[in-house]
Ligand binder design. Structure first.
Ligand code: 13P
Length: 253
């Protein structure tokens, strides 16, 4: 899976031109099997969800929200529920992105509640985990990632199509990607945690994406790692040509 996270970027008027250029570059219209070989997803701002889903879901590209609230409805000013994103044709959502943990008070507990809400509504949760630079330098990477993952697993009996994204905070938007060895090490740790909780079969199929300064130049090496099943891409997903190159890198050859 190649997933783009647009964060707080782009307007509705940008969607048509972006997707036209992306579809052309990636060969979406020439190759009908493309979306069977690689899952392509864009997590877009709330105001773009309806139009993006209408334009892209029929073409086999999934559209995701960047956040949801865990309650179905109620007095939660400014929040959006899972039913609301479903209503406009959205089939997935990011949960617990580090920017939400850092700037908006997201905790392991709220991440777990949101994941449960998404799964109950058959919306695919992409649960984000990752350590800060201070935590890595303090030798806490494994402990932090284990805590973040287990907080979710404790509340989830059946992970269905849950995806986990490992995004080291120090690699996000910094141009400083984790080395493939650093990424692989944490991905293997996460896969082991999945196996402990859900069994070997689920551990084989549950996808673990890497995020953090992934780009056309380093994606091949990242995807070649045994436990890296795809990418969650910020900056490079804003550029149709760059993201198309990354999607192509994920195709079987
Ligand atoms: P960058 O690819 O811009 O480092 O962002 C990664 C990310 O946060 C994706 O969710």
């Amino acid at each position: 899976m190649l997933a783009g996270n647009w964060k707080m970027n782009k307007l509705n008027r940008d969607l048509g031109p972006f997707f036209d250029e992306f579809a052309q570059a990636v060969g979406l219209d020439r190759d009908e099997e493309l979306t069977e070989q690689v899952d392509i997803l864009f997590a877009v701002p709330t105001t773009l969800l309806a139009l993006a889903a209408r334009q892209m879901e029929p073409r086999g590209i999934r559209i995701a929200a960047q956040n949801i609230h865990w309650e179905a409805a109620g007095a939660y000013t400014g929040e959006v529920s899972v039913d609301m994103i479903k209503e406009v044709g959205v089939t997935a959502t990011l949960i617990g992105h580090s920017e939400r943990r850092q700037y908006f008070g997201e905790t392991d507990e709220t991440v777990a509640k949101k994941t449960t809400a998404a799964l109950a509504a058959d919306v695919m949760p992409i649960v984000c985990v990752g350590e800060t630079l201070a935590e890595r330098d303090g030798g806490q990477t494994a402990a932090v990632v284990t805590r973040q993952v287990q907080a979710v697993f404790a509340q989830v009996a059946d992970p269905k199509d849950m995806i986990i994204a490992y995004e080291p905070v120090w690699a996000i938007g910094t141009g400083r990607s984790a080395t493939t060895a650093q990424a692989q090490e944490v991905h293997a740790l996460i896969r082991g945690l999945v196996a402990d909780r859900y069994g070997a079969k689920t551990a084989e199929t549950l996808r673990i994406l890497y995020g953090g300064s992934a780009n056309p130049a380093n994606i091949d090496e990242l995807l070649a790692q045994p436990d890296i099943d795809g990418g969650l891409v910020g900056g490079a997903s804003l550029k149709p040509q760059d993201f198309a190159k990354m999607v192509k890198a994920a195709l079987p050859r």
